[in-house]
Design a protein around this ligand. Structure first.
Ligand code: FAD
Length: 495
């Protein structure tokens, strides 16, 4: 442990915000300690979020489906299960059209879960290795402020140690938001954490909340055979998504068999019997009806996590929803105390937390850090994926700027046709006068990879013509981005 020796930087929380901040700080020559209570690094994202949901699984023909995690290096238990269930779905629904037939395909759920767990523990240990390599001191235990520069840590062996730092970064992340009248027991009524560890495939799964986590989790269990109903209070799924893409996305999910009850609220759950009964009614009030479920997943959002941290005692302010307001250098209202990631305002995403972490410690090292919050890409890892960067059409309309829209469907993209996976489109919004790109929205397989060409274009202030005149390899899905760019100011070739 770092004992009473003073650090330049102490980071509380070892999630993507905290561990990246700690490594970067050490790389910049600052003496750094990171405190993490979970007993494993990687935070929500690696342990119960992004990674476990997205592990990979190879096929054992005629035998069973077995799962292993590919290189889910960034972070994701979720990524694990998304990929596994997708491969199973492909095996049962898509392979035969490519001339690949099985006599029997089965899901071995314990093996799938074991592999997800292995992927996660490998990745968390990988971060410990990076801490060693970069000489970050790792203190396991629950951190609590004694003063703005002293943290007491209750360690797993029952002792308490004090860690001192000239600067302290709060990176304690977020927790599941509960709903009034619904008690999460992580067995029958689960959060995303419980939904990543079910021991049986539910017959009927009701998802409360049509945000990206609910839809990704719903997709996993739908592919493995569950009946899925998504109940959403608002009028739309994923409210931050471009309306046109959202419409097509909802249609794609419905085609896969997912049911939606939008503008609907859950007013109570009767979990006394074997099958739970959810009482639902229109969001604006009206006649109630009953929905049956074996498992209910509550995914109605996440809230900042600062429990037991002692913020009030040292005078760090929080806002109405518990977030910690910070200035442009990530400093809180208390000098020398900083905050990053899910615990501060902004999109609750792993890559945003990482950007915060790097920029924050760059300031601490006397350099200039910068995060462009308008250009944080968002990805929904369903199949097809939906990815976006920049403004939606509604946001551009609201800003009053005259704009043009260019679209290109994957039905007209040769690669997508060749692999028989051509659902989706690319939509580019550009300013009429200058042709500067304002927003890009993609629905397609691997949209989460395709979006970064657009992110770079927006970062560099590119025009749609800049993308259209960049030679794109053939045959690739990326050609659809080029053609949508052509459609923005001129005509595409292939449609
Ligand atoms: P966290 O990852 O929450 O880490 C905070 C850490 O601080 C935790 O490990 C916690 O144990 C520790 N801690 C808290 N209090 C203390 C204390 N007092 N002392 C010591 N340690 C403490 N984001 C994406 O970008 N892509 C995705 O695909 C994605 N999928 C997701 C799927 C799910 C199911 C969930 C739940 C989230 C997903 N996210 C995804 C969001 C992502 O996980 C978060 O945005 C990200 O983890 C935030 O990072 P953070 O470092 O701010 O906080």
């Amino acid at each position: 442990s770092s004992g009473s020796e003073e650090n330049d930087v102490v980071v509380i929380g070892g999630g993507p915000g905290g561990y990246v901040a700690a490594i970067k700080a050490a790389q910049l020559g600052l003496k750094t300690t990171c405190i993490e209570k979970r007993g494993a690094l990687g935070g929500t994202c690696l342990n119960v979020g992004c990674i476990p949901s997205k592990a990979d699984l190879p096929l054992y023909i005629s035998l069973s489906i077995y799962l292993y995690c590919m290189v889910c290096l960034p972070i994701h238990p979720f990524q694990a299960l998304l990929h596994s269930s997708h491969m199973y779905h492909e095996a049962t629904h898509a392979f035969s059209s490519h001339g690949i037939k099985f006599s029997q395909v089965e899901v071995d759920l314990p093996a799938m879960m074991a592999q997800k767990d292995k992927a996660v523990s490998n990745l968390t240990r990988g971060i410990e290795g990076l801490f060693k390599k970069n000489k970050v001191t790792y203190v396991k235990g629950y951190g609590k402020f004694i003063s703005p520069s002293e943290i007491s840590v209750d360690t797993p062996d029952g002792s308490t140690t004090v860690v001192k730092g000239k600067n302290v970064i709060i990176a304690t992340g977020s927790d599941v938001k509960s709903l009034p009248g619904i008690t999460i027991d992580e067995k029958k009524i689960v959060s995303s954490t419980g939904a990543l560890a079910l021991t049986e495939i539910p017959k009927k799964l009701v998802v409360i909340g049509a945000g990206y986590i609910g839809l990704e989790m719903g997709s996993v269990w739908k592919r493995l055979g569950s009946e899925i109903t998504v109940v959403e209070f608002g009028p739309n799924i994923v409210p931050t998504m471009d309306f046109e893409i959202r419409k097509q996305f909802q249609r794609a999910l419905e085609k896969q068999g997912m049911k939606f009850m939008l503008g609907t609220k859950v007013v109570g759950v009767d979990s006394s019997g074997d099958v739970m009964k959810l009482i639902v009614e229109p969001a604006s009030g009206g006649e109630q009806s009953i929905l049956e479920a074996d498992i209910v997943l509550v995914s109605a959002g996440r809230v900042p996590y600062t429990a037991g941290l002692g913020l009030a005692e040292i005078g760090v302010e929080t806002d109405k929803v518990g977030r910690i307001p910070v200035d442009e250098r990530f400093e809180t209202n208390v000098a020398g105390v900083y905050a990053i990631g899910d615990v501060i305002p902004g999109p609750m995403l792993a890559h945003k937390a990482e950007e915060d972490g790097v920029a924050c410690v760059e300031f601490l090292a006397g350099k200039h850090g910068h995060v462009d919050y308008d250009l944080v890409p968002g990805v929904v890892y369903t199949h097809p994926e939906v990815a976006s960067v920049g403004k939606t059409e509604d946001q551009v309309k609201e800003s009053g700027v005259a704009y043009r829209v260019g679209k290109f469907p994957f039905m007209a993209n040769s690669r997508a046709k060749a692999i028989d996976d051509a659902e989706g489109l690319v939509k580019i919004i550009a300013e009429t006068e200058t042709d500067k790109i304002l927003g890009v929205h993609i629905m397609s397989p691997n949209a989460g990879e395709l979006i970064h060409e657009a992110a770079l274009a927006l970062q560099y202030g590119a025009s749609s013509e800049d993308i259209a005149r960049t030679c794109h390899a053939h045959p690739t899905m990326s050609e659809a981005v080029k053609e949508a760019a052509m459609a923005t100011y001129d005509k595409p070739i292939h449609i």
